[in-house]
Design a protein around this ligand. Structure first.
Ligand SMILES: C[S@@+](CC[C@H](N)C(=O)[O-])C[C@H]1O[C@@H](n2cnc3c(N)ncnc32)[C@H](O)[C@@H]1O
Length: 267
């Protein structure tokens, strides 16, 4: 993809703040939910939407096989590349970065574990059905496992939440997330708009504020179930005795402990 044909980067603002605010919580989530399936992978691991690599590190540390980290956003990928540049030789020798959307990455039969977390609701239904899920199915061998985060509530309330807060030098990095649900008659179809407002607070007040808005489309349990079955997946409750259970999460508040993955098997 030549640079002048790249679409606008949806994460150009967020990439700078992502690790400061989310890395600890997301690594913990990945260690809780992804370490066991990663250790059991025998062919390869596909990570769809690797982002800054918060979970890529866990997948590569825990597994013994190639890890395909697919990340189309240049801004997010830059952070991922910085992380990989300082990773251990063991991790660096196995992670391959694919700098495009999954459907354009041309991956076929490369993995027996696919991870697709924090992504699907950000794509419109026709893109999920027509491109995302078929490309995940293509990249997996028959019998391969797909770990996908369980659907969030379909109709988010119009309210504001605080982002995590962390200190860097004398400054505090924090912010808020605000959701504006699609209004009638589109409220069931979306998109809803989530605005992340990042704040850098110094001793004398606000130093900087930046914001970025992301659309999401409703992806309730029935819709996800239908889309994945059509793409050739079947739900599995447990894999070789391992079953996702709600863990005690230390970070990211109570919501994280209810944010759990689902397991699907490619037919
Ligand atoms: C919210 S971020 C989550 C990143 C990472 N999974 C995590 O939880 O930290 C979603 C990522 O998915 C990427 N993405 C969006 N559409 C994609 C596609 N079709 N194929 C691969 N990655 C995609 C975005 O560029 C973004 O970095």
């Amino acid at each position: 993809m030549s640079r002048d044909r790249e679409p606008a980067d949806q994460y150009s603002v967020t990439a700078e703040f992502y690790d400061l605010l989310h890395l600890a919580g997301y690594r913990e989530w990945a260690r809780t939910w992804l370490a066991t399936p990663a250790r059991r992978a025998r062919l390869g691991v596909l990570e769809v939407g690797a982002g800054t690599g918060a979970m890529t590190g866990v997948l590569a540390e825990e597994s013994e096989v190639p890890v395909h980290a697919v990340e189309p956003s240049r801004a997010m990928r830059s952070v991922l590349m910085g992380r990989l540049a300082t990773a251990s030789d063991r991790v660096r020798s196995r992670v391959r970065v694919h700098p495009r959307p999954l459907a354009a990455a041309g991956l076929a039969g490369v993995a027996d574990l696919a991870v697709c977390v924090n992504l699907a609701g950000g794509l419109p239904p026709d893109e999920r059905e027509g491109r995302l899920w078929p490309a995940v199915a293509r990249a997996l061998v028959p019998g391969g496992l797909l770990v996908v985060d369980s659907p969030r509530p379909e109709s988010p309330a119009a309210e504001e939440w605080a982002l995590p807060s962390t200190r860097l030098g004398p400054d505090v990095y924090t912010g808020t997330v605000r959701c504006v649900p699609a209004g009638p008659p589109d409220e069931r179809a979306g998109p809803h708009h989530w605005t992340f407002r990042y704040q850098v607070l110094g001793e004398r007040g606000t130093i900087r504020e930046e914001s970025e808005t992301f659309p999401t489309w409703p992806l309730g349990p029935e819709v996800l179930d239908q889309e994945l079955r059509v793409a050739g997946f079947l739900p599995v409750g447990a894999v070789d005795g391992w079953e996702p259970e709600a863990p005690a999460m230390a970070s990211e508040g109570a919501a994280a402990s209810t944010w759990r993955p689902e397991l699907w098997r490619r037919r």
